[in-house]
Design a protein around this ligand. Structure first.
Ligand SMILES: [Zn+2]
Length: 309
């Protein structure tokens, strides 16, 4: 079992993130990633992204000028079947498209689970409509004597039960396809992918202020207080789905070898939630923090190895 070096500086409060040491551009991206192909030790922090950011940026991203253009980009360029950015601010829609594009360049297999990207609320509306249609057909063909109105009311009641219930605290969600030969599962699978909660996606200033606070509170990893990092977390889940990272023995050993306390201070409090969140949080720090800490480095290395195999 691997052991994690305890970051004493961090634990005694000296190793705080110093924002002014890490300049950013106007979009909040770090600009000090110049040596991303090399590993350098610097004050016990590592400057390295193992070239992963360079790979992901191989193809330039062209931001859309309107929401409908962003939706077209997602469908035509990224190959997702359904995209709706209704109610989402353009910059946020562009950021999700950009991050998904980078994820696909890095790991084309994630496309298999990307049927939908866009607004979580719209996802739920479309999903509900499909379920109502499905149940209406079921009732109508099996008990036609009920009549259209009753069939529709019953269909709506059944669809309501299956609708996705989500906590408004969540920024974004990654749904995973389920492998089952059930018509309702097929409908659900149409919406596998990455979605952003409209409550947060409608205004980048609101979401940025919250994410910044999350990082200060150690809820999310250091260096991960941008909109990009929220979506990178979701791509971390997509990589887990594509590469089965949660069952990777090195990942399991790593997860089990670090105490809850050390995960909280050395990665993030949220990483304690499950091995799935541990992977997503580690991935996010690995590619966003120009000085990824030990745990993120180890998670990143395992993922990189899987990407290369
Ligand atoms: Zn997550």
């Amino acid at each position: 079992m691997e052991t994690i070096k305890i970051d004493k500086d961090l634990m005694n409060g000296k190793g705080e993130w110093n924002e002014k040491d890490h300049p950013r551009d106007e979009k909040g991206r770090f600009t000090d990633k110049g040596n991303s192909n090399t590993i350098k030790k610097h004050n016990n922090l590592y400057v390295d992204i193992y070239g992963i950011n360079d790979i992901m940026n191989l193809e330039a991203f062209v931001p859309a000028k309107t929401i409908s253009q962003a939706e077209e980009y997602a469908k035509n360029k990224l190959g997702v079947q359904i995209c709706s950015y209704k109610g989402i601010e353009l910059d946020i829609a562009n950021e999700l498209n950009a991050v998904v594009q980078q994820g696909i360049i890095l790991c084309p297999k994630i496309k298999e689970n990307l049927n939908f990207i866009g607004s979580l609320n719209e996802l739920n509306n479309l999903y509900e409509k499909d379920l109502i249609d499905f149940y209406f057909q079921q009732f109508h063909s099996s008990v036609p004597q009920l009549g259209n109105d009753r069939c529709l009311n019953m269909a709506k009641a059944f669809a309501e039960r299956l609708k996705i219930k989500f906590d408004n605290k969540v920024y974004a969600i990654s749904y995973k396809k389920i492998n089952m030969a059930d018509e309702r599962v097929k409908i659900y699978n149409k919406y596998a992918g990455v979605s952003i909660n409209e409550v947060w996606g409608k205004d980048k200033n609101i979401i940025l202020a919250n994410v910044k606070k999350d990082v200060e509170d150690r809820w999310h990893p250091q260096g991960c207080d941008t909109i990009k990092s929220i979506f990178d977390h979701e791509i971390g889940h997509q990589l887990d789905y594509a590469l089965n990272l949660r069952n990777n023995k090195h990942m399991i050993n790593l997860y089990n070898s670090i105490s809850k306390f050390n995960k909280s201070v050395g990665l993030s409090m949220y990483s304690n939630y499950s091995i799935k969140e541990f992977i997503a949080e580690g991935w996010t720090e690995y590619i966003n923090n120009p000085y990824p800490r030990d745990i993120a480095m180890k998670i990143g290395k395992i993922i990189k190895k899987e990407l290369e195999s």
